[in-house]
Design a protein around this ligand. Structure first.
Ligand SMILES: [Zn+2]
Length: 178
């Protein structure tokens, strides 16, 4: 299965009319001429969990795209109505079989044009056994100097920040507010 959350919506989900584009609240947005309503497309929120144990981090090898065959943290989408922390605990359990204790929020990762915002937690295993479960075919704890090929551009930045023992540095964006 392949789901592309970056695709624009084409038809009105309520009346199925073809959508137009209209500038509303400063941006071109999908607009239904029948319902006379605009659609404000939200970002998707995802969580990733850096599960650390004795200086190593739990990684899984993905069996699905994006990043099939490459390694990353337990991660996934937050369900609507689900507290973000619960999503982090759930993903670590579902994907690598570890019940984790969340220690800190490492940072939020997002960038212009990117449809997914990522909340990254640092956690430690509380119970369970590291095992290959959902969406992966191999798991392991890796030290920072023995990392396998990582799947996503943010992964290296996340590892570097985790190694530093600090949280992600926040920079105030220089945006045009006029
Ligand atoms: Zn409509």
């Amino acid at each position: 299965m392949s789901v592309n959350f970056g695709q624009p919506i084409i038809y009105c989900p309520y009346c199925t009319s073809s959508l137009e584009s209209r500038k509303i609240s400063g941006r071109e947005r999908p607009f239904c001429p029948e319902c006379e309503s605009a659609f404000f497309e939200d970002p998707k929120l995802a969580v990733a969990v850096v599960v650390e144990q004795q200086g190593k981090v739990a990684l899984q090898r993905r069996t699905i795209d994006p990043g099939k065959g490459l390694w990353t943290f337990p991660s996934g989408y937050v369900d609507r109505g689900e507290p973000v922390e619960e999503a982090a605990v759930r993903e670590a359990w579902e994907e690598v079989g570890l019940r984790v204790q969340l220690d800190r929020l490492l940072g939020l990762y997002s960038s212009p044009g990117e449809t997914v915002a990522l909340a990254v937690f640092v956690a430690t295993p509380e119970s369970g056994n590291l095992q290959s479960l959902d969406e992966n075919d191999a798991v392991g704890f890796f030290g920072p100097d023995e990392l396998p090929d990582l799947a996503f551009p943010n992964d290296h930045a996340i590892i570097d920040t985790w190694r530093s023992g600090e949280n992600r540095t926040i920079e105030t964006p220089d945006i045009d507010l006029s």
